[in-house]
Design a protein around this ligand. Structure first.
Ligand code: KG4
Ligand code: ZN
Length: 339
């Protein structure tokens, strides 16, 4: 079964084909993928402009599909099903992928299914070299979400904790802005932090001892004050690197401690990290070290599948279709939607 996956919830137009026949050959099932990032388009504005995002998805969807089919060396008649991101995300951007996917499925007379963006992220480590087995704990950390989930099976997700305010990725993006780094902030803060001392400045670890929820808005204020009060934060590269490293360390420390707590609470031994922030190397390394101490393992997607992409949507679609699900002909998108 070949499933075309379409991701258009924010500023990446991602298309991929998952082919279940490849699983029999011991592969991860990914036949091919293309990804077009709108980063340059939005960079001048310091963040994603929803209207521009929708327009750009429309511009790119058909040419990208052609490129993907050529890459996979198949014709569109060989597509057996279509999965598109149904939410959460920017409503206009979601509608472009949903309408394109639903209409293409109608034309090809194949089933279509709308996928929860965070389920795509959650399942993406199953496409990685060291896939976990259900049940596992999943830390979903992206620009819009910070969630700890107990994943018992496909579609069986129990929320253990979540951010009561900002998402971890959003916090990275805001800290980047305060340091004058370009959008998207996460990777740029991580790069600057490489040369810095993570213990130079003490930043808060909000809600560390209160359950499995997170709070990152206080961290934002703390970084704002640190940048404002530290001489050299605008022109001394070492000072800037120390601030970035201390900030990154505080966020990672908070995330890791909550993950350890979630594993202990559920008795599970596997942790999956997914979403844009799971690309952060400091987070990955710290988790590897800390989880080894409690006999647990950490699993993540290949770097290129950590941020938004079509492959995770194609894979989640395949799993849902296998379970007998598909969507009606009418298209509906859900901009705010709990997993
Ligand atoms: O999952 P994603 O691509 O899009 C959303 O669904 O939000 O996540 C994007 C987020 C952004 O906030 C970005 O700054 C962050 O992930 N991010 C990172 C890194 N790479 C991306 N944050 C920290 N370190 C990174 N290496
Ligand atoms: Zn995402």
């Amino acid at each position: 079964m070949k499933v075309l996956g379409l991701e258009t919830s924010c500023d990446e137009t991602g298309l991929a084909i998952f082919d279940s026949e490849l699983l029999a050959e011991g592969k991860n099932g990914l036949l091919g993928q293309v990804l077009y990032s709108q980063i340059e388009l939005h960079a001048t504005y310091g963040g994603v402009v929803p209207e521009l995002a929708s327009r750009d998805h429309i511009r790119k969807l058909v040419p990208l599909l052609d490129e993907l089919l050529a890459q996979c060396d198949i014709s569109k008649d060989e597509i057996d099903a279509i999965a598109y991101t149904k939410g959460p995300g920017l409503i206009g951007a979601l509608m472009t992928g949903a309408l394109f996917g639903r209409s293409l499925a109608y034309g090809l007379d194949v089933p279509a299914i709308g996928i929860h963006h965070m389920e795509g992220h959650l399942l993406s480590p199953l496409l990685g070299p060291n896939p976990p087995k259900f049940p596992f704990v999943s830390l979903l950390v992206s620009g819009g979400h910070t969630l700890l989930v107990a994943a018992h099976g496909i579609g069986e997700y129990e929320i253990l904790g979540e951010s009561i305010d900002d998402a971890a990725g959003e916090c990275f993006d805001k800290a980047a802005k305060m340091l004058g780094l370009p959008y998207p902030g996460g990777p740029n803060v991580a790069r600057l932090a490489e040369q810095g001392d993570p213990l130079k400045y003490e930043l808060p670890r909000p809600m560390l001892h209160r359950g499995l929820d997170f709070s990152f808005s206080g961290m934002k204020t703390a970084v704002h004050n640190l940048v404002k009060d530290t001489p050299g934060s605008d022109n001394d590269e070492q000072v800037r690197a120390d601030i970035a490293a201390s900030f990154q360390h505080a966020v990672v420390d908070t995330l890791v401690k909550k993950c350890v707590k979630a594993l202990k609470q559920t008795g599970m031994k596997q942790l999956v990290i997914a979403g844009g922030v799971s690309a952060n190397l400091h987070l990955r390394q710290t988790l590897e070290q800390q989880l080894a101490k409690i006999g647990a393992t950490v699993h993540y997607a290949p770097l290129e599948l950590c941020t938004d992409n079509g492959a995770m949507i194609a894979y989640a679609g395949y799993q849902r279709l296998q379970a007998g699900q598909q969507d009606a002909l009418s298209v509906s998108c859900v901009p705010r939607w709990n997993i």
